[in-house]
Design a protein. Structure first.
Length: 240
């Protein structure tokens, strides 16, 4: 992991406020507790991490509404539709976070709450972003981009432990790659020794050099415009 420098303008007011849970989701949860006619059909999402499997039950309507990929699977004539079960090669923590978000549109970050870096949560965030990309859930991806950068600002640490996974599981010009490239470009300093940089994926180092090699950027000192981070979230978002 690498410490983030404190240089740069302060974030615009209100950017760091937590998003409120989705009202429609909360209403249906309340209806469920009241025993109304809210959706009752359940499907199963299985976390398969090596030889370990964990099962999570979720209301089918919620799952299908959240992801067109899950909807197509559960309504198909294939094995997922017949068994109403969908297996994912990710950790239990990632599926737990996914299910929570499907119901509440929310993610509770330990790092943001405590101000302390948490490697496990950092990995969960990037793995969930990659999973959301596969499940065609852009709203979740965009929320996670904000959470990842807010965690970096709160802990003052860039999660370099996640870089290998990100570069192995995303394509060139991925918004998540761009976010990490910009975080590094803005905050790299003399404390980042050769040993740390040697752990970065080779492809990432190439992209970082390209991002930092534009002399016009450094001569103008217009870093915020070229590496906008939280000042221009659309640079790191996917279309919803």
């Amino acid at each position: 992991m690498a410490k983030s420098s404190s240089t740069g303008a302060k974030q615009q007011a209100g950017t760091d406020q937590e998003q409120a849970p989705n009202a429609a989701a909360v209403d249906i949860l309340i209806d469920l507790l009241r025993g109304s006619d809210a959706p009752k059909d359940l499907v199963t999402i299985v976390s398969k991490n090596g030889s370990k499997e964990s099962k999570f039950s979720i209301h089918k309507e919620f799952a299908c509404r959240a992801s067109p990929v899950l909807k197509a699977a559960f309504e198909s004539s294939f094995v997922e539709g017949q068994t109403q079960t969908y297996k994912l090669d990710v950790s239990e923590d990632v599926i737990r976070a996914l299910v929570r978000w499907i119901y509440t549109q929310d993610f509770k970050s330990v790092q943001i709450t405590t101000g302390k870096f948490d490697q496990a949560e950092a990995m969960t965030l990037v793995q969930l972003w990659v999973l959301a990309d596969k499940l065609l859930m852009p709203k979740l991806q965009n929320m996670l981009i904000r959470e990842i950068d807010k965690a970096r600002k709160t802990t003052k640490i860039i999660p370099t432990c996640c870089f290998q996974y990100v570069w192995e599981n995303t394509a060139e010009e991925s918004p998540l790659r761009i976010l990490f490239i910009h975080e590094c470009a803005m905050h790299i300093d003399s404390g980042w020794n050769k040993k740390l940089l040697s752990t970065f994926p080779h492809e990432m180092l190439q992209e970082l050099i390209i991002a930092m090699s534009n002399s016009k950027i450094w001569k103008s000192y217009d870093l915020q415009n070229h590496f906008p981070l939280s000042y221009k979230w659309s640079r790191y978002e996917v279309q919803e």
